[in-house]
Structure formats: structure tokens, C-alpha cells
Design a protein around this ligand. Structure first.
Ligand SMILES: [Zn+2]
Length: 80
């Protein structure tokens, strides 16, 4: 939305600043307004964690275990 007139605006270009932030270059679709502006897009919060992250976490936890703990874990997983 155009912050000046409330009409729909179109994103013409985006400039990614990081994985979580981008600048959006926008232009108002109302020809009588013609406002062009930059809006920000940013990551807000996680609803469900990435399975990549949780898999890496489990791998690191298993690596930190001693051989006996790993053996016990293997036996417990075999029961599932
Ligand atoms: Zn406008």
C-alpha cells in the first residue's frame, strides 16, 4: 500500500541486505499519485524450526556423547 494515498503499490525491485532483511523499491499504482518509496521486509519469528537446524543439533549432540551413551541411544532407537 502507498503510505501517502493508500492505493496499491507495486514492488519493482528488491535489494537483499541479509538472509533476514531486504529493501523493497515500490511505486504507487495510482498515476495521479506517482509516489515511489522504499519499504523494509524483515524476518519476524519462527513458528516451526527448520528440520535442517534440528538435524544438525541432533548430530552435534550425538557427537558429544561417549561410546557407552551412543550404544545406549542406538538400543533405545532400535525399540522405536
Ligand atoms: Zn500513492
Amino acid at each position: 500500500m502507498c503510505p501517502d494515498c493508500g492505493s496499491k503499490a507495486r514492488i519493482g525491485k528488491s535489494n537483499r541486505l541479509s538472509l533476514a532483511h531486504a529493501d523493497l523499491y515500490c511505486s504507487c499504482t495510482d498515476p495521479e499519485c506517482g509516489h515511489t518509496f522504499v519499504a523494509n521486509l524483515s524476518f519476524s519469528h519462527t513458528l516451526s524450526p527448520s528440520s535442517r537446524t534440528s538435524s544438525a543439533l541432533v548430530t552435534e549432540l550425538v557427537k558429544a556423547m561417549n561410546p557407552l551413551q551412543r550404544k545406549q541411544l542406538q538400543q533405545e532407537l532400535a525399540l522405536l
